[in-house]
Design a protein around this ligand. Structure first.
Ligand code: NAD
Length: 339
């Protein structure tokens, strides 16, 4: 069988997982990696013998990829995604699809015009815990969903040292979109109204002008209400780079899920670590887990022509909620979502 030619734009922390996934998938051939930073490309070249580019148009012209993964920083997905779509290439975009409703809508229009598939890497949909929650919610005896709570937080090292661009994103765009998307997916309902508050102090005091914490109340059309909390300032001593919880109250049940309680704990005199071994684990240089599954599923969806689990409209809806969260923080008022 002819392999699908794949390329990756953005060879940073998460782009490296896309690179690994395509290199280890029998159905794909990684034909190129593009990054604006030559140092990142040198690191890729050192590890793998792959053609690298600083110019996306040049990579497309020379390598003619069938699919492109876009793993550039949150605010810079739009440009490379637009270029790929205009060249009739299917794209898998890291979350968020883009950091404004307008950009998402433009990408959707372009994708329709060029008849290309756009996937968004909302990998929480692939988390075995989410799959279990969805199966339980779908049971007839669960009753109507009444209320939910979701948190997803990062240690402060993430915005301060991992992401040089964190000031151009926020806990809502980096973490919140995962939560907004997961709720939509689990309960198959749309947000009608958002009220949010946010605070800036610790990060802005370090010269990074973004929110430390964002708390949002989301009202859904079928009547359930949800609280979503996202912080970027957990202490670095927390034993994992992030933390997350989900509690759901239905008319008949109480469901709880906890990303911290994944069964592996390491203790030493100096450190405690609790890796989420279901997310991304490397063995013999091959990555596997629910952080990798969507990348392989996207290839499968291109081969089979079947729907990919998270598409551009899902990307748009999550960004619309994040935009409304920001608007509500700034105005101090609830924001209604029109569709
Ligand atoms: N870090 C994580 O844990 C994580 C997890 C899931 C998803 N993501 C998402 O993946 C995306 C990338 O995040 P990251 O953590 O890998 O960031 P990163 O800063 O480590 O990597 C981004 C890379 O993109 C490159 N770049 C920037 N603009 C570019 C452009 N126009 N063309 C080509 N390359 C460009 C940068 O030089 C950098 O190497 C983000 O949207 C993020 O939300 C990150």
């Amino acid at each position: 069988m002819k392999r699908i030619k794949a390329a990756v734009v953005g060879a940073g922390i998460y782009g490296s997982h896309h690179i690994n996934a395509y290199l280890n998938n029998d159905k794909t051939e990684l034909v190129g990696v593009c990054d604006l930073d030559p140092k990142k490309l040198d690191m890729v070249k050192k590890e793998y013998s792959i053609n690298t580019y600083t110019d996306l148009e040049e990579m497309i012209k020379k390598e003619k990829p069938d699919i492109i993964s876009i793993a550039t920083p949150d605010p810079y997905h739009f440009g490379p995604a637009k270029t790929a779509i205009e060249n009739n290439i299917d794209v898998l975009v890291e979350k968020p699809l883009a950091t404004s409703r307008k950009e998402c809508e433009e990408l959707i229009k372009l994708a329709e015009a060029h008849n290309v598939k756009v996937g968004v890497d909302f990998h929480k949909r692939w988390d075995p815990a989410s799959i279990n929650l969805k199966l339980e919610l779908e049971k007839e005896d669960t009753g109507k969903i009444v209320r939910g709570y979701v948190s997803m937080d990062d240690i402060i090292d993430v915005p301060v040292n991992w992401l040089p661009w964190s000031r151009n994103s926020s806990p809502a765009y980096f973490l919140g979109v995962h939560c907004y998307d997961l709720i939509r997916y689990l309960i198959e309902d749309e947000v009608t109204e958002v009220y949010a508050v946010g605070s800036k102090s610790v990060l802005s005091g370090m010269g990074i002008d973004t929110y430390d914490n964002v708390q949002a109340i989301l009202k859904f059309s079928k009547g359930s209400t949800w609280t979503v909390e996202n912080s970027w300032i957990l202490p670095d001593k927390f034993p994992k780079s992030n933390d997350g919880r989900m509690f759901i109250v239905t008319e008949k049940k109480y469901l709880r899920s906890d990303s911290q309680n994944r069964g592996v704990e390491f203790f030493s005199d100096t450190k405690t670590q609790t890796p989420n071994s279901y997310f991304i684990t490397y063995r013999n240089n091959k990555a596997f887990g629910f952080g990798i599954d969507p990348i392989n599923d996207f290839t499968d969806s291109i081969i089979s022509g079947e729907k990919f689990m998270a598409n551009a409209v899902d990307g748009l809806e999550a960004t619309k909620i994040a935009d409304a969260v920001h608007e509500s923080i700034i105005t101090g008022k609830p924001v209604k979502l029109e569709r």
